[in-house]
Design a protein around this ligand. Sequence first.
Ligand code: ADP
Ligand code: MG
Length: 341
Amino acid sequence: MRLPLLLAGLLFLVACGREPALHRLSGHTMGTTWHVTLTAPAGLSLRAAALTAGVEQTLEAVNASMSTYREDSEISRFNRLPVNSWFTVSESFFHVLSAALAVGRDSGGAYDITVGPLVNLWGFGPAGVAVTPPEPAAIEQTLQQVGQHWLRLDSSEMRVLKTADVYLDLSSIAKGWAVDEVARWLREQGIEDYLVEVGGEMRVAGQSPRGDAWRVAIEQPDARQFGIAGAIRLSDQGVATSGSYRNFFEVDGVRYSHSIDPRTGYPIAHELVSVTVVNASTMLADAWATALTVLGAQEAWSVAQAQGLAVYLIERDGDGFSSRFTEAFEPLLDDLPQTSK
Ligand code: ADP
Ligand code: MG
């Protein structure tokens, strides 16, 4: 009778959560999906439903602050505010805004979160989808509202002021920030092995369920089919990919990307089709992926080098693609085709 007793003991241990447990959780947020894979340490009392609820609450807090799709969010209230009145914001809103302005500065204005009115004009915002490109005069006029120099930040009082009728759009950075926030919540619960992904931006820490380093695939930039360009190995880092091949509309054979150059008012149209950035902050990886996409291959390359960023670029090259990566990216490489450096 010893065996059944032993089995009963084992079952008891499992029932008490004394064994590490693998969870795969998912849901919807920010007009896209989220996924979390985690290994909960032995003894963690939280079950799958409680973990999902915790992730959802964290994402809800980010949306309540940064979603332009919500009338009552912090960002929407700021966007409706008249010019020249200070607006006190939450600590996280201030943090994300400051980071976005720094990327705006360091990218020479290619990245600019006041691009919102142009995003809406081109039909990529909450205002709805465009069927034809806007008139040049409308673009010219909308450009008057765009420019982060219209913003003042007061860090001692945690408040923001606009000196022109600007409209903020944090879509290019909020998903990365949400990933960092979910990761933080998981760590607070004592969870050390996880992958968090929101709309393609992700962060990993600890070990994968297989007990080795997390591997992340870089997608081959082709809207017609799914393929893998290669893979990287990561630990406690964020990774974001911007791809002009995924989110666009087409009129008369011309492709209009959702990445808009705030310096010209027009969507980007160049050979740089995919930018992957790895960073200790998923928020910064997300913002830089968009910033470098707008800059285009040549400028993206020199800015990435100057900033010491870990970046992998894929350009259209005739019928195929060519890729290159910065020095900081090299240690991450797993089995990427090493075409150039
Ligand atoms: P991607 O994965 O292609 O970078 P994101 O959702 O991260 O996609 O960012 C794209 C979004 O950022 C656009 O839909 C738009 O709202 C906003 N955006 C577009 N152009 C710029 C820009 N130059 N600077 C900052 N944000 C931008
Ligand atoms: Mg982005």
